[in-house]
Design a protein around this ligand. Structure first.
Ligand SMILES: [Zn+2]
Ligand SMILES: [Zn+2]
Length: 238
């Protein structure tokens, strides 16, 4: 992922000293984990201070025995996770390359966040939001999360909570941002082989996935270019 971020021309955040945002998550024992973070700086003198995030999780289940976060009790079958979430990671990279080629037109800053630990309770998104936001959350105007678009997908807008707080549980990374009052949505789809060793590339519908990538690009482009404040970003969303 780091190599791809570099190839796409994304910048590593200065405060991280590179693309990696390492952290330790605690799931049946402490394990090293890392988000991968890169950005395209906005060019508008005012709006470049605002940030649009594109996120997707790069972790999956590994060789675990059950259906969930790898628990150290290794099973004998690899879970490839082609749909969950290589499809979302690939889509995020498509957006990185596409937006990078028009970087000099971007008004707002666009941050690409490849998160770890989604299968373990969104630990990577939580680390970013609660421990180490690379850009201030107050300046983050929109988050588009992408998770499983290999069969079809729709846009799920996350409801903002009445009270902004930690929120212990999480089913999808976008929620973690929404719970802090940030406008967030997830492009998510069916997965006929959800959390199974059969989640393989042979079950992917690539033409459909490409349509979703186009939709994602439109959403992020509009969020990055909408004329003024956060309200305008909201109105600019198709
Ligand atoms: Zn997923
Ligand atoms: Zn999953």
């Amino acid at each position: 992922m780091e190599t791809k971020f570099r190839q796409a021309g994304l910048l590593p955040p200065e405060k991280l000293g590179g693309y990696l945002q390492p952290y330790e998550h605690d799931w049946h024992g402490k394990t090293d984990a890392a988000n991968v973070v890169g950005f395209l700086p906005g060019t508008d003198p005012v709006l470049r201070g605002e940030v649009v995030i594109v996120s997707a999780h790069h972790d999956h289940l590994g060789r675990n025995t059950g259906s969930g976060c790898p628990d150290g009790r290794h099973g004998d079958r690899i879970h490839p996770g082609a749909n969950d979430n290589a499809s979302g990671s690939a889509a995020m990279l498509e957006l990185a390359f596409a937006l990078s080629s028009r970087a000099n037109e971007l008004k707002r800053t666009v941050l690409f966040l490849s998160v770890d630990g989604e299968e373990c309770g969104c630990t990577g998104a939580k680390h970013y939001v609660y421990e180490d936001p690379v850009f201030a959350l107050e300046d983050t105007v929109y988050v588009l999360n992408i998770d499983q678009i290999g069969e079809d997908a729709w846009l799920e807008k996350h409801r903002k909570p009445r009270r902004v707080d930690h929120g212990a549980d999480c089913e999808v990374d976008g929620e973690v941002f929404a719970r802090r009052g940030i406008k967030a949505a997830t492009l998510v789809g069916h997965n006929s082989h959800y959390h199974s060793p059969e989640d393989t590339v042979g079950h992917m519908d690539f033409p459909e996935a490409m349509k979703v990538v186009d939709r994602a690009l439109e959403l992020v482009w509009n969020a990055a270019q909408a004329p003024s404040d956060q309200a305008a970003v909201t109105r600019g969303e198709p």
